[in-house]
Design a protein around this ligand. Structure first.
Ligand SMILES: Cc1ncc(COP(=O)(O)O)c(C=O)c1O
Length: 355
């Protein structure tokens, strides 16, 4: 019997891309497939999202993985440091580096390969990556002197777009508009939260990630309210159903006690598969069409659930950990994390299947 299994739904990915198109109809879409397609498999995801205009990854290795799989759309490398080898490979494979630091410009000044399209990243207020507004004139002057380098566009990243009430987003949009005014090239601002919540951030190119996988980054609305569909269904088998007397404790640390005589289910997935160890008692699991709460601590290979709601669940039945009717964002909230991390953290022990 297959233990933990993640089914990746290509139709759901394509559907979610169509939601991006509907929300940002005038923008090109660079789909974020970094971190192995947010744990879904970068090549699988890029294949299912063949209708995207391009892809966004973090590193050269991630970009090369797409090229070696035959994906020839534009690929932006969001956080790749540049040296001679990286520039050479970017030129050879037609990759689009994001330039966010002066040390990268030194590498570009030494570059002698084929023409390179770059994105220049501006720090509009998040203060993670990008050039400060007062450095931009000097940067542009240096880049303009390089005949092999073409500024394809201008990019920035939003710090608080997941919360529609935060004033920081409009402030960032204002800074970005000011600094890029009159400069040729494309503009790209929006991640998923920008796509969903900030039409003024759509600009020429949007860079959604998490919404393509069927999760909502917004603090005030869930994924189904945007008609987004989970692209991953994580399941595992019920490997034991045990009657336990009232007042007994369950699992490591004896953190949960049976309030009455009841059946406890043991499901074959644990933190060794990437299920979050910190998911507390009460985290929902679906089995036999009903929600059952996790009880006791998550261990490496197993979790335990309260089966009082599921009198018919039997050994061999598959339980859903997220997707397939259980919103990954809800599970993430219980585990005090975000769906991004749930998806990225699955381990090689999970069997992946693509439908
Ligand atoms: C620069 C940049 N753009 C776009 C994205 C996609 O973000 P999201 O998955 O929230 O849509 C990310 C992800 O962190 C990013 O770092």
């Amino acid at each position: 019997m297959i233990r933990a299994r993640a089914i990746i739904d290509r139709d759901a990915l394509a559907h979610n891309l169509s939601r991006v198109r509907a929300l940002a109809p005038h923008s090109r879409v660079y789909a974020a497939v970094k971190a192995d397609g947010y744990g879904h498999g970068a090549v699988t995801v890029a294949g299912a999202l063949a209708a995207a205009d391009g892809f966004a990854v973090s590193s050269l290795d991630e970009a090369l993985q797409l090229r070696w799989a035959g994906i020839d759309k534009p690929v932006a490398m969001l956080s790749q440091q540049l040296d001679a080898t990286v520039c050479e490979q970017a030129g050879e494979y037609g990759l689009e580096p994001v330039v966010f630091h002066e040390t990268q410009i030194e590498a570009l000044e030494r570059y002698v390969g084929p023409a390179l399209k770059i994105w220049v990243k501006l720090d509009s207020g998040m203060h993670r990556l990008g050039f400060a507004p007062d450095r931009v004139d000097a940067i542009v002057t240096r880049l303009a002197a390089l005949e092999r380098i073409e500024i394809n566009g201008w990019l920035t990243h939003l710090a608080c777009a997941d919360d529609p009430s935060r004033p920081e987003t409009q402030a960032q949009l204002d800074v970005f508009a000011q600094v890029t005014a009159g400069r040729p090239g494309l503009r790209s601002i929006a991640n998923s939260a920008g796509v969903l919540g900030w039409p003024a951030a759509h600009a020429d190119v949007v860079r959604p990630g998490i919404m393509l996988y069927g999760s909502s980054p917004m603090s005030d609305r869930d994924a189904s309210s945007y008609d987004l569909k989970p692209a991953m269904h994580l399941s595992a088998p019920l490997i034991a159903r045990n009657p336990i007397a009232a007042g007994e404790t369950i699992g490591y640390g004896a953190t949960w006690r049976t309030p009455e005589a009841m059946d406890i289910g043991v499901i074959g997935i644990g933190y060794g598969d990437g299920y979050p160890r910190h998911a507390p008692s009460g985290t929902p699991v679906l089995i036999d069409g009903v929600r059952v709460p996790l009880v006791g601590r998550v261990s490496m290979d197993m979790i335990t659930v309260d089966l009082r709601n599921a009198p018919n669940a039997k050994v061999g039945d598959r339980a859903t950990l997220w997707g397939g009717g259980l919103d990954p964002d809800e599970v993430a909230r219980h585990a005090d994390t975000i769906a991004y991390e749930l998806f990225c953290r699955l381990t090689p022990r999970v069997r992946f299947e693509v439908i």
